[in-house]
Design a protein around this ligand. Structure first.
Ligand code: NOJ
Ligand code: CA
Length: 558
């Protein structure tokens, strides 16, 4: 096994093996970040051209959503080849250049690994469809005969996130036999059979491929679903098992089975052969009691904690969340992962500008017209929430555009929707395109500076007010506050401990860290007196020396 200490020496990266514990990590959705060649699709040279911008955010790492060859049935989470770059996005040489330049300025890189399913265009699936039932090629996926006299019914009633059935007849993909294959997501995303050791071997090869190139970490897509109970006869189950509130104690049919940890123990062995060890973060939509198993130092090491994504901006809920998440992370000596937005979620500025009683799914289906959105207070609350999270012990994952206070684009015309969550799911959800609209870099010009040839998803006119160009000039903009907070955070990060302080209002939370770094947030109360201390940053200006609602302040106290 090759050791890649050389990479760390030549770069601006710290030697700290624990760099990931309290990192500020920024998610790039490559197709929507920056387009270097004017084809409307973001690419790796686009990212390279924006390295000064990434530097200005004082990040510890970036995580890139998939940039692999893909027909984009699911925004790149349908991977044709795990060890290459989509020609529309660049080449492996571009990737190496990007990695080197990011490392030079001290930013590490996570890539996204999608091990539950490939795309239907992956060489293995093409071979499987062309092969006969019972063949070696088919055994890498989950092919089964159907029910009914002629096998005309799917083998079980399993549901897919996007389909509605989790089974598609092979004839739809050009197969000449009478079998069905299983997919937990779109029909173009066939699930691997992880009971087949060949699959395990193949992914170790992929992880080694990127680790040898110098990649620092991996974000593991649907990490809970690899192992399934495929013993015959298959059991029926017509609901989703991955809902966090269900909790199947490791014995489910399609998700969160205890056997999955054996796979991750094997990955850990590989990660630990590098210096510094490669790291990973699991996307596991499971009961919170199960999260420590994915975040164990013997398995993936870290796991997303999604609890803030659906928490209303409200003091008691925030405090309970923090206490629960810290206790969970401590169980496995991992660190907490604060995240409030990503490429699958309605942007949090928008959630926080809507009346919490509004049903967001129907609001999105109404193109954001059924209820009013208060964009200003949404952006203000979002910034207060971010400063709150950034001051906590642990890691913060941010999603591109949130540093601009960007809102969801709610009115993408039906003809331009790309997301299978809408297209293949009986149109019951508007889908996730609204948070994936290319970023506004300038306030005018072709695609607001995203590229010279338009944008693959339509950008609304109001993007002009949220552009990097405009916000850079305004010291009170979301961008300026993110920049300042992230720079301060680099210096302030200290032991992973927190102490709560009493406040005189239930809607105000105040905590501090062992080095005297204090954070106070007024969620919804009347203007609250500012405690004594030296103010470092405020997410919104104080009013006559008091903290207005929707504001976080960092300060130090001797
Ligand atoms: C989770 C990813 O974040 C999402 O974008 C994708 O659609 C599914 N996994 C399937 O890969
Ligand atoms: Ca491009």
């Amino acid at each position: 096994m090759s050791k890649t200490t050389g990479v760390a020496k030549k770069s601006g990266l710290s030697k700290d093996k624990n760099w990931w514990r309290q990192a500020a990590i920024y998610q790039i959705y490559p197709r929507s970040f920056a387009d270097s060649n004017g084809d409307g699709i973001g690419d790796l040279q686009g990212i390279i051209s924006r390295i000064p911008y990434l530097k200005s955010l004082s990040l510890d790492a970036v995580w890139l959503s998939p940039f692999y060859p893909s027909a984009l049935a699911d925004g790149g989470y349908d991977v044709d080849d795990y060890r290459d770059v989509d020609p529309k996005l660049g080449t492996l040489a571009d990737f190496d250049q990007m990695l080197k330049e990011l490392h030079k300025i001290g930013i590490r890189v996570f890539v996204d690994i999608v091990p539950n399913h490939s795309s239907n265009l992956h060489i293995w699936f093409k071979e499987a469809i062309a092969a006969a039932p019972g063949s070696k090629a088919r055994s890498r996926y989950i092919f089964r005969d159907g029910r009914g006299i002629n096998g005309e019914l799917p083998p079980t009633d399993w549901v897919s996130h996007f389909a509605p059935s989790a089974w598609t007849h092979e004839s739809k993909m050009g197969g000449k036999h009478n079998q069905w294959y299983m997919h937990w997501f779109a029909p173009e995303q066939p699930d691997f059979d992880w009971d087949n050791p060949e699959v395990e071997k193949e992914f170790l090869k992929t992880l080694k491929f990127w680790s040898d190139r110098g990649v620092d970490g991996f974000r593991i897509d649907v990490a809970h679903a690899l192992k399934k109970d495929l013993s015959e006869p298959l059991r029926n189950l017509d609901v989703f098992e991955d809902l966090p509130e269900r909790g199947n104690k490791g014995k489910g049919i399609l998700a969160d089975r205890d056997e999955v940890f054996k796979i991750y123990k094997g990955w850990r062995k590989l990660f630990d052969q590098y210096d510094p060890p490669r790291v990973a973060v699991a996307e596991a939509n499971v009961h919170s009691n199960r999260l420590p198993l994915y975040a164990s130092t013997k398995t993936l090491g870290q796991c997303f904690d999604f609890r803030f994504i659906d928490t209303p901006f409200e003091a008691s809920a925030y405090k309970t969340n923090v206490q629960d998440a810290l206790a969970l992370a401590a169980k496995n000596k991992s660190s907490s992962t604060w995240t409030i937005s990503n490429h699958d979620q309605i942007r949090h500025a928008t959630k926080m500008g809507l009346n919490p009683a509004v049903d967001r799914r129907s609001w999105m289906l109404s193109n954001g017209t059924s209820h009013p959105l208060d964009m200003k207070s949404g952006s203000q609350n979002a910034l207060a929430a971010t400063l709150f999270l950034l001051a906590l012990p642990g890691c913060t994952y941010m999603y591109q555009g949130e540093e601009l206070g960007l809102h969801e684009v709610t009115d993408i015309p039906e003809s331009q929707i790309q997301d299978p969550q809408y297209l293949k799911n009986n149109k019951i959800e508007k889908g996730r395109d609204g948070c994936r609209v290319p970023l506004p870099w300038t306030s005018s010009g072709s695609s607001f500076g995203f590229g010279s040839g338009g944008a693959h998803l339509p950008q609304p006119q109001w993007f002009a007010d949220y552009s990097v160009e405009k916000e850079e000039k305004d010291p009170l903009s979301a961008l300026s506050i993110y920049r300042k907070a992230l720079e301060l955070r680099k210096k302030l990060v200290t032991k992973e401990e927190i102490k709560w302080h009493k406040t005189n209002d239930l809607s105000v939370l105040h905590f501090s860290r062992p080095n005297g770094w204090h954070c106070i947030t007024n969620f919804r109360a009347a203007a609250y007196p500012m405690p004594k201390g030296e103010i470092l940053i405020t997410s919104h200006p104080l009013v006559q020396g008091k903290i207005p609602a929707g504001t976080t302040v960092w300060f130090t106290k001797k």
